[in-house]
Design a protein around this ligand. Structure first.
Ligand code: B4P
Length: 187
């Protein structure tokens, strides 16, 4: 199974991807986690990404594509993968399509998690208290939501136009949302 999980910040992409990778025994590729690991390691890439992420903006397409290309070349990906956080704009969606065609691993499904904005803000505020993630402050969250509406929402239309999109209600208990995703991606 090769799956893309789409949704605004706080919609539960990371949360559900972690569950799905265990159940489906596939790789979980979170571009946000990969970038945070670069920051934690103090790499040059991490230094470039840090201020962009803290402000709630998107890191450059070029950096993301390079990162993704090397991740998709790793052995564990051959059993399938969930992409969590990529693509985040239409240029990334096109680049992903070309990359997957080149390596002969086309997508099986694209799932969009729908959650109302008030609930997104509430969930992220909850995580800010628990984990203190640098980009979970109110200003950055406002910017992340705006970036989502302007740049990532068109990606949903991109896949809807290709007939590969399933929309899933992301409101409810974690088990309920997970069950809806399994239902949506059933062959
Ligand atoms: P991400 O790490 O992808 O962060 P996110 O969009 O906020 O979603 P996340 O997956 O972490 O949260 P989730 O919804 O699971 O990106 C961070 C930054 O990295 C971006 O802003 C950007 O700068 C950069 N970046 C990443 N990918 C990029 C790309 N492709 N191009 C350019 N830049 C990129 O969960 C949020 C909270 O909700 C959690 O606390 C969770 O416990 C809670 N929650 C989840 N499901 C719930 C439910 N059903 N009920 C109640 N709470 C729930």
């Amino acid at each position: 199974m090769r799956l893309v999980l789409l949704g605004p910040p706080g919609s539960g992409k990371g949360t559900q991807a972690t569950r799905l990778k265990d159940k489906l025994d596939i790789a979980h590729i979170s571009t946000g986690d990969m970038l945070r690991a670069e920051i934690a390691a103090g790499s040059e890439l991490g230094k470039q990404a840090r201020s962009v992420m803290d402000a709630g903006n998107l890191v450059s397409d070029e950096i993301l594509l390079g990162m993704l290309e090397s991740r998709l070349a790793q052995a564990d990906v051959s059993k399938g993968f969930i992409l969590d956080g990529y693509p985040r704009n239409v240029a990334q969606a096109n680049a992903l399509g070309e990359l997957l065609a080149r390596i002969g691993q086309p997508l099986d499904a694209v799932v969009q998690l729908d959650v109302p904005t008030e609930l997104l803000v509430e969930r992220i505020a909850g995580r800010a208290k628990e984990q203190g993630r640098a980009d979970d402050n109110p200003e950055s969250v406002r910017q992340r939501l705006q970036v989502y509406n302007e740049q990532t929402a068109p990606v949903v239309d991109f896949y809807a136009g290709r007939g590969t999109l399933a929309r899933v209600d992301g409101v409810g208990e974690l088990d309920e949302v997970e069950a809806r995703i399994h239902q949506a991606i059933k062959p």
